[in-house]
Design a protein around this ligand. Structure first.
Ligand code: SAM
Length: 306
């Protein structure tokens, strides 16, 4: 049996990627999905409906775009690779609810270039206004973190959820518990803005070409309100970043060395004691909420010039 016919044997679960003469570009993270079961499972997790607008980052050859077009009210697909446009254009002609943008997602203003330009004022399948914006994507792995951070940090209530394929180890970092080696600034940031849940693991064989690592589909449900109150959000993230920038140091030493935190060592130790934590604690032992409490206390010490 040839490899190609083998790909088709399980009731059409394997989709020929149709890459034909297209040479995937490694530097753009082009690992195309070749398994329709995975595409369907992603759509199931995303719970796409006719009243949803979907932002797809990196449609590639369009394997997921086609399915999304059939289930969502509107699909805005942002692809950086100009040479993929002639392959995606027929999809936009076949499905009037597909919009293609040839642009770098990191240089795209989501509100202005996507929401205002295409989503606002558009009707869903039932003629009702589109009521949710969802990001659904098999992300290019070389810029996974910046893309996730962009959607989390720039989101002013526009995006409802993200269902994204990422490297398994990145997904594990997002859901990590305090105390472990995977727990870090990314965990705290992702959990501040959203509720992350790993949905399923995807082996390299589901992509063409195969990546060198396992992948995972993770769902980030955006929080409507922050999980705890902060005196200053930017300062909170300064504290979190400083805490993990020198993981081997105690928190007191790591934060006292950081100009953006601007408090002496003793102030950090005192704030930790007031929280019931060991003054020699390391950053990875604090939960996101404890980081919130610590940064609120330090913000006050800083205000008083302690
Ligand atoms: N969605 C397709 C699939 O599942 O087969 C392709 C996924 S592939 C992992 C990632 C896609 O993101 C590629 O098509 C790549 O060209 C595109 N891409 C890479 N960097 C990008 C960027 N900065 N902005 C938008 N798209 C990008």
């Amino acid at each position: 049996m040839t490899r190609k016919s083998n790909n088709h044997k399980k009731g059409g679960s394997r989709a020929f990627t149709g890459s034909g003469d297209f040479r995937p570009k490694k530097n753009l993270g082009q690992n195309f999905l070749n398994d329709m079961n995975i595409v369907r499972k992603i759509l199931f997790v995303a719970e796409t409906s006719g009243n949803d607008a979907v932002i797809e980052v990196g449609p590639g050859l369009g394997i997921m775009t086609r399915e999304l077009a059939g289930s969502a009210g509107l699909v805005v697909a942002v692809e950086i690779d100009k040479s993929l446009m002639p392959r995606l254009q027929p999809l936009a002609e076949e499905f009037p609810n597909v919009r293609l943008i040839n642009r770098d997602i990191l240089k795209t203003d989501v509100r202005r270039d996507i929401i205002d330009a295409f989503v606002s004022g558009s009707a869903g399948a039932s003629g009702q206004p589109l009521d949710k914006v969802k990001v659904v994507a098999n992300l290019p792995y070389y810029i996974t973190t910046p893309i996730i951070m962009k959607f989390l940090e720039d989101n002013s209530g526009d995006v409802d959820s993200m269902v994204i394929m990422v490297q398994k180890e990145v997904a594990e970092r997002m859901v990590a518990s305090p105390g472990g080696k995977d727990y870090g600034a990314m965990t705290v940031t992702v959990n501040y803005y959203s509720v992350p849940e790993i949905q399923f693991i995807v082996p390299p064989s589901c992509f063409t070409p195969r990546p060198g690592v396992d992948s995972a589909v993770i769902r980030l449900t955006m929080r409507k309100t922050p999980p705890f109150e902060l005196k200053d959000e930017k300062y909170f993230f300064d504290v979190v970043r400083a805490a993990f920038s020198q993981r081997r140091k105690t928190l007191a030493n790591a934060l006292a060395n950081a100009p953006c935190v601007g408090v002496p060592r003793e102030a950090v130790s005192q704030a930790l004691e007031a929280l019931g934590k060991d003054p020699l604690a390391r950053g990875e032992t604090l939960s996101p909420r404890e980081f919130g409490e610590l940064s609120n206390r330090l913000w006050e010490s800083r205000d008083r010039g302690a």
